[in-house]
Each structure stands twice: as C-alpha cells, then as structure tokens.
Design a protein around this ligand. Structure first.
Ligand SMILES: [Zn+2]
Length: 268
C-alpha cells in the first residue's frame, strides 16, 4: 500500500513538472513540442559526446574533403543565423566507408567519407548538412530525452528515474535516451515526424545558403541505389527512407526555389 502511494506521489510530481515544462516552438516549421532540457544542457552534453566520438573515430585529414564540408557548413550555419542561441557549430569529417552523417545537440555535425564520395556536388552535401543542422535547431535531441522521460513514467522504476532526472542525473538519462552515446550508438533513430521536419528545415537552410534544394531528391535516390549495391547505409537505416520521403522532398523542394535563386548570387 505504502509503496503504491509513494509511486503515485512520484507520478504526480513528475506530471506536474512535465506540465510546467518548456514548450519549444520550432523557429522554421512553427511546430510545438515539450523539451524538458535547457539549450545550455543540450550544448554541454552534445559537446561531451562529440569529444568522445572524436576520440574513438578516425578524423579525416583529407584537405579537399574537409574544405568542402567546412565551406558548406559555414554557409548553412550562416543561414540558420541566431535561430538557436548559443549554438557552437562544428563540422567534422570522419574516415569511414559508412554512408552516414549525424548531429548532436548544440551544433555538432559529423559526416563520413563514405557518404562524401556519394555527394558529387556541394548542393547535395548542403542537403545532408542542412538536414542534420535541422535536427539541431529543432532540438530533436532534447525532444527525444523528454519522450524517454514520458515513456519512463509508465513504470515505478521510471517514476524514480524521473525524480532523479531533476537531480544530478540528467546526463545519465541523456545517454540512455541516446542509446549509449559514448559507444557506436550515437546515431539516433528519429521518429518519422522529426525526419520530415529536418528534411523541410534542410531544404530551407540549403536554399538560404544559396544551394539548390532540389539536390535533396538526388541524394535520397543515390542512397536508395547504394543500398542495393553495397551494405545497408547506416544513414538510411537510422533515417527511415521510403519512396514516400523522396516524393515529399520532390514536392517540397520547388517551394524553396525562389529563396535559392535570391541567395545564389551572394556566393558566386
Ligand atoms: Zn535525420
């Protein structure tokens, strides 16, 4: 009896905390969702995790590949402007045949050389970086941590975890939500809604940075093709791809064409 009562009290406390939690409005899409973590916390945790990745993965020293990623990254970050206050953008190329890219909260983006080989022109690279930057600005990492908390509420153990979450255990929960950031599991599976949102944001950022948003369609077509030729690309498996998605991008890209034309000259 006593235990049940204690559990109920914990649940009520947790729900009250959730009810008073910050609701984040995506600066590009206007979508609203609860994010319990602060931007500062996300930045700190993202930076920690990225430092870990840089220690365990081989960083590419190829000057040409690095120059491409730095240039495109800089332009995309400029297109974001101050949408995410305090963002510290960092773009790193990792040496790996994987067709993969990822983003961590606060502004850390990693791209693998395997994926780079597939991206013939910078417009295509811009769609990948734009998508990943979209996840960061959308604070999908914080959103996922919040969702993990909600799932945790289902059980008594979860309620205790929620109690802890508001103590000093935030980073622990963060790592849990990310499926073990310190190992190879830092590539997050995202929900379909988050993916579509990042796709749209990616189109807008690419266009505002003077890159052709239509290139996003080509990237996904190439990814789908590559999946048939070599081992399943990680980016494809963590970013659920469907012909539906290619169709959605094909439909949305023209809406950003004028923005692209307006910004293209700035970089010519
Ligand atoms: Zn994604």
């Amino acid at each position: 009896m006593n235990l049940i009562r204690r559990y109920c009290l914990r649940s009520v406390t947790a729900l009250l905390l959730l009810a008073s939690a910050g609701c984040y409005t995506n600066p590009v899409t206007g979508r609203q969702y609860a994010v319990l973590t602060s931007v500062g916390e996300e930045q700190q945790l993202g930076a920690q995790a990225f430092a870990e990745v840089k220690k365990t993965e081989k960083i590419s020293r190829d000057p040409a590949v690095n120059a491409r990623v730095q240039q495109v990254g800089k332009r995309i970050a400029a297109a974001v402007g101050n949408q995410l206050s305090g963002a510290q953008w960092e773009f790193v190329v990792f040496e790996s045949p994987e067709l993969n890219a990822f983003a961590l909260p606060g502004g850390k983006v990693g791209v693998y050389t395997g994926l780079m080989e597939l991206l013939d022109v910078d417009d295509e690279l811009a769609s990948v970086i734009g998508h990943e930057v979209g996840h960061v600005v959308a604070r999908h990492g914080g959103k996922r941590m919040t969702e993990a908390t909600l799932v945790g509420l289902v059980g008594a153990a979860g309620a205790i975890a929620v109690d802890r979450k508001y103590g000093s255990q935030k980073s622990e929960l963060f790592l849990l939500a990310y499926g073990g950031l310190s190992t190879v599991g830092y590539v997050l599976p995202h929900s379909r809604g988050d993916e579509s949102e990042a796709d749209l944001m990616g189109l807008q950022y690419a266009a505002a940075a003077g890159y052709d948003p239509a290139a996003a369609v080509r990237v996904w077509q190439k990814m789908a093709q590559a999946a048939g030729m070599r081992k399943m690309p990680v980016w494809l498996s963590t970013h659920p791809s469907k012909s539906q998605r290619i169709a959605a991008l094909r439909e949305a890209a023209p809406r950003f064409h004028a923005l692209y034309l307006a910004n293209r000259q700035r970089y010519e």
